[in-house]
Design a protein around this ligand. Structure first.
Ligand code: HEM
Length: 217
């Protein structure tokens, strides 16, 4: 086995893949949030739909979507592998979880928050992406989003899913920078700041969207 292959299949190598793929997925969240912010523009969705049209028709977007999908898949598969390896390494389970031990708790329930985000993604990609690209051409992307978010049940589901995403990112960031060996370095304040933007502000930005359509439209 080559040295690179041995490293990538080792526990440390897989942690590195998790950290890098996680940060890659976070970069997608920034772009996605930026485009979605046009939902708030008082132009009946004109600019948001223009972006949607660009995403659906510009040929270079296809390979990016495939890389994104593979990024999600890699992150999920390696995540499950690491979780199983951890369980095998620690056969005696802790019986009591102390409420104060919040970092250990968020770490131990990464698989729960991860599955919740994956289930949400399945629902979300079907409701918006597949519907707009393959099922209906009569309604614009803006109308599809507006209609979906006028249903209070959908809004509750989105807000719960975003809370799971926030909790997942909160531990994920800390864990990624631990893997890079950057925690407890002089950049820690910067890392903490970026982490708060990702785990708190970005999910809050997304959560504002269902609430906006529920109350304002
Ligand atoms: C709550 C506010 C959100 C709204 C209004 C929203 C809206 C949309 C829309 C309209 C699409 C279809 C885009 C297209 O066909 O080009 C889409 C796709 C997608 N969304 Fe969201 N989204 C939200 C939150 C999220 C979150 C939190 C995630 C990730 C955890 C996410 C992940 C995705 C993915 C992976 C796709 C398919 C890939 C793509 O179209 O680029 N979305 N979203």
């Amino acid at each position: 086995m080559s040295k690179t292959k041995a490293f990538l299949t080792s526990s440390v190598g897989r942690k590195l893949i998790m950290a890098l793929s996680g940060l890659f997925l976070c970069s997608f969240l920034v772009v996605h949030l930026y485009i979605n912010l046009f939902l708030f523009k008082q132009d009946n969705g004109a600019e948001f739909d223009a972006y949607g049209h660009f995403m659906a028709t510009y040929p270079l977007v296809r390979p990016i979507e495939i890389v994104l999908f593979l990024g999600f898949l890699l992150h999920a598969v390696i995540g499950i592998w690491l979780w199983l390896a951890n369980r095998r390494a620690r056969p005696v389970r802790y019986k009591v979880l102390k409420a104060s031990d919040s970092s250990a708790l968020s770490s131990r329930i990464m698989w729960v928050t991860g599955i919740a985000v994956a289930v949400f993604l399945g629902f979300h990609v079907n409701a918006f992406f597949i519907t707009s690209r393959f099922i209906t051409t009569e309604r614009s992307m803006y109308e599809i989003v507006r209609e979906a978010f006028q249903n209070p049940l959908t809004d509750v589901l989105y807000i719960v899913a975003l809370a799971f995403l926030a909790y997942h990112l909160r531990h994920g960031f800390q864990s990624a920078f631990q893997t890079f060996g950057l925690r407890n370095s002089r950049y820690e304040w910067l890392i903490n700041l970026v982490a708060v933007v990702f785990w708190l502000l970005i999910p809050l930005g997304f959560a504002a969207m269902p609430l906006f359509f529920l109350w304002a439209h």
